[in-house]
Design a binder for this molecule. Structure first.
Ligand code: CP
Ligand code: NVA
Length: 308
């Protein structure tokens, strides 16, 4: 079973194949209306379940449209409205859904829910974000970087802010795609040690630098994300804002990166908190390309899951 659970759990050659396939599918659609079917219909007669236990705009719409472009059908399910949210085990839910659908995408809280769903499902399962990682986002980000600047291998990526789920998937990608990653943020919000160690074991440099200005020196790509994630306690909001304010990505900070550095944010963003509007709408920013590329990258992920 080819589940897409995390970038560090997927073979490098398969990841590279998905990026290439995403780019080819994107290019083949240039100039066509969004709802036009692709020439090939690899998901014809396929039903895809999209389960959300947390809110979503990009993941929901990009999966739904992507499946339809490939000739398939979707059903969007809210975790709260399913028996999953009322005591039915994840294993039983997985067995039941496998009788109806060909592919399952889930966005959930605990990683364990994703892993258990994958363990008991007879169909591929895709991670659409957990508290711990967000691999589909980073596949889109690699595609976006390479479209603008060529191969990401050997480049310097700087993560500024909270060492959260999106940061973890960047660390996974650093090891697999071979780029260096510098984390800059407060020590209490450092990324998970296990992911730092794993990336380093694959031969890339992972640095922790508390000074954001020093961190971004020589950066090819600067990335940030919200200061308070969906799984974080809202009561921590004020404390996190105080801890993270020095790591805001603004024009001054970007001026210390390479002149042609890109700026990324997975969105949704809190403008003028983690990044200023001047940066988000400025010349370094590729945030809306990232959002578009979610769809192209996930189409490639789905085809890979189905063995195509
Ligand atoms: N970037 C991302 O996953 O966005 P949504 O929460 O809108 O899906
Ligand atoms: N870190 C954010 C990403 C949202 C796409 C969260 O988990 O809320």
């Amino acid at each position: 079973m080819k589940h897409f659970l995390d970038i560090n759990k997927t073979e490098v050659a398969d990841l590279r194949g998905m990026i290439d396939s995403a780019l080819a599918m994107k290019t083949a659609r240039l100039g066509r209306p969004k709802g036009a079917l692709d020439d090939e219909q690899p998901l014809k007669d396929h039903m895809v379940a999209l389960i959300f236990e947390k809110p979503s705009t990009r993941t929901r719409v990009s999966f739904d449209v992507g499946v339809r472009q490939m000739g398939g059908q979707t059903m969007v399910l809210s975790g709260k409205e399913m028996q999953l949210g009322h005591g039915e085990t994840i294993a039983d839910t997985a067995r039941v859904l496998s009788r109806y659908v060909d592919l399952i995408m889930i966005r959930t809280f605990e990683e364990q829910v994703l892993l258990e769903l994958a363990e008991y499902a007879d169909v591929p399962v895709i991670n659409g974000l957990t508290d711990r990682s967000h691999p589909c986002q980073i596949m889109a980000d690699i595609l976006t970087y390479e479209e603008h600047r060529g191969p990401i291998t050997g480049k310097k990526v700087v993560w500024s802010g909270d060492g959260n789920n999106v940061c973890s998937s960047f660390l996974h990608a650093a090891g697999q795609f071979g780029f260096d990653l510098t984390f800059t943020g407060p020590a209490v919000l450092d990324p998970e040690d296990v992911f730092v160690a794993e990336a380093r074991s694959k031969g890339v440099t992972v640095s922790i630098e508390r000074d954001p200005v020093k961190a971004v020196e020589g950066a090819d790509l600067v990335v940030t994300d919200t200061w308070v994630s969906m799984h974080d306690a809202q009561s921590a909001r004020e404390r996190r804002h105080n801890q993270l304010r020095p790591y805001q990505v603004n024009e001054e900070l970007m001026s210390h990166a390479k002149p042609d550095a890109l700026f990324m944010h997975c969105l949704p963003a809190h403008r003028d908190e983690e990044a200023t509007s001047a940066v988000m709408d400025g010349p370094h920013s590729v945030i809306f390309d990232e959002a578009e590329n979610r769809m192209h990258a996930q189409k490639a992920v789905m085809r890979w899951c189905l063995g195509q």
